[in-house]
Design a protein around this ligand. Structure first.
Ligand code: ATP
Ligand code: MG
Length: 368
């Protein structure tokens, strides 16, 4: 008797530009993976929420129903949103940020390492690729992106604007605990906490306090230290091997993770997971790059960050039961990046997105 595979419901939001191209590629890889594996199946529901449709409909997500719609799914797979015809803050607040906030996705996880076949700029500094293996834990619900503030003195030339960062004890403590648990689960068991508590003397000092409190509980289990964000950028470049898990605020981690992705070779390979650790809402998985209008429509974008994000989604959905499948997916990805013939332009190759996608599907079929 054939065993019944668990079926996970996925909401796919391809979005704009290369977001749609890499989502298409990732869905093909996921389809091949689920066909090759007897461990799971996917039921994918594609949502046409994009900037082009915003311009004709006036909304990114259907105003009254989007939350219920998303909550019908076990996970959300997201490409990218943003297009030159719509101001960035409109597109970001039209879709990404409301989803993160409403779906309780208070953790953003960004693993970074030097994949097989990437030319990381750090090699010029005599660092070994294996020296760069980090996971950045970004606070995803408050801080500098809380959306608080306003403008006054209407006339543009005399306008006053405030942008208020919100930090709560609850918000800091839950991200800190998640970061310590992540560090504990990794071989090196090291956590670095990043703030700017010398200049920002309220919220950042609260971060320091909560960090010290939680660190006590992990004494002897996780080695931890703290850095100011400016000094951290220098340490990431000069002493990458001294870092493992990194936790920082919404803004700081946003910036540090772009730096991390660049140090690892290309922003085209980096994944991110927006997690609701309580699992009361669907978590969301997306490559960290944006819609890249400069290369959109040419079929040359790198789908590897989208593949890696898809692998993270499989791991999350499985709650431990799909780790082997996710590992095989990752192995397939590194076999593809390891072959010069299946690398895209940003990785120094000439392959098209479709060729990389065909290669990952073949490799998945071979391995799984
Ligand atoms: P956002 O505002 O969402 O961050 P952006 O358009 O400012 O988006 P990205 O799309 O993240 O910036 O990318 C910046 C540049 O990096 C792109 O213009 C493109 O040249 C390159 N790039 C990004 N992602 C990829 C990819 N997957 N493959 C190849 N090149 C990429
Ligand atoms: Mg950008």
């Amino acid at each position: 008797i054939a065993s019944i595979k668990p079926v996970y419901k996925i909401a796919a939001i391809p979005g704009d530009g290369i977001g749609a191209e890499v989502t298409n590629a990732a869905l093909k890889a996921l389809d091949t993976l689920s066909q090759s594996s007897d461990a799971f199946a996917l039921n994918v529901n594609t949502l046409d929420w994009s900037s082009a449709n915003y311009l004709t409909r006036g909304w990114y997500m259907p105003p009254d129903t989007w939350e219920d719609e998303l909550k019908k799914h076990d996970a959300i797979y997201f490409g990218a949103v943003g297009w030159p015809t719509v101001p960035d803050h409109i597109s970001l607040w039209g879709m990404m940020l409301p989803i993160r906030n409403s779906m309780n996705q208070y953790v953003n996880v960004r693993p970074t390492r030097v994949m097989r076949g990437t030319k990381a700029p750090l090699s010029q500094l005599d660092a070994k690729p294996s020296d760069l293996d980090w996971v950045i834990i970004r606070e995803n619900s408050e801080g500098e992106y809380a959306g608080q503030g306003g403008t006054t003195h209407g006339h543009a030339n005399y306008a006053v604007a405030t942008e208020v960062a919100i930090f709560t004890r609850v918000g800091i403590e839950r991200i800190m605990r998640f970061a310590f648990e992540t560090a504990k689960s990794r071989p090196r068991k090291k956590l670095t906490m990043v703030t700017k508590s010398n200049a920002q003397r309220h919220g950042m000092v609260l971060w320091d306090k909560v960090f010290h409190m939680v660190a006590k509980e992990y004494e002897g289990v996780v080695e931890s230290d703290k850095m100011l964000v400016d000094a951290m950028t220098v340490r990431m470049v000069n002493k990458p091997e001294s870092l493992d898990t990194i936790v920082a605020t919404n803004l700081h981690a946003d910036i540090l993770s772009d730096l991390a992705a660049a140090l690892a070779g290309s922003i085209g390979i980096a994944p991110s997971s927006n997690l609701d650790p309580t699992r009361s809402c669907p978590s969301m998985f997306e490559p960290i790059h944006g819609s890249a209008p400069d290369i959109a429509g040419k079929g040359i974008c790198n789908p590897v960050g989208a593949f890696w994000s898809a692998a993270e989604m499989v791991r999350w959905l499985g709650q431990g039961k799909l780790d082997q499948v996710a590992d095989q997916f990752m192995e397939a990805i590194e076999n593809v990046t390891g072959d010069p013939k299946t690398r895209t332009g940003d990785m120094g190759g000439q392959a098209k997105t479709d060729e990389v996608t065909d290669a990952i599907c073949r490799e998945i079929e071979r391995i799984c």
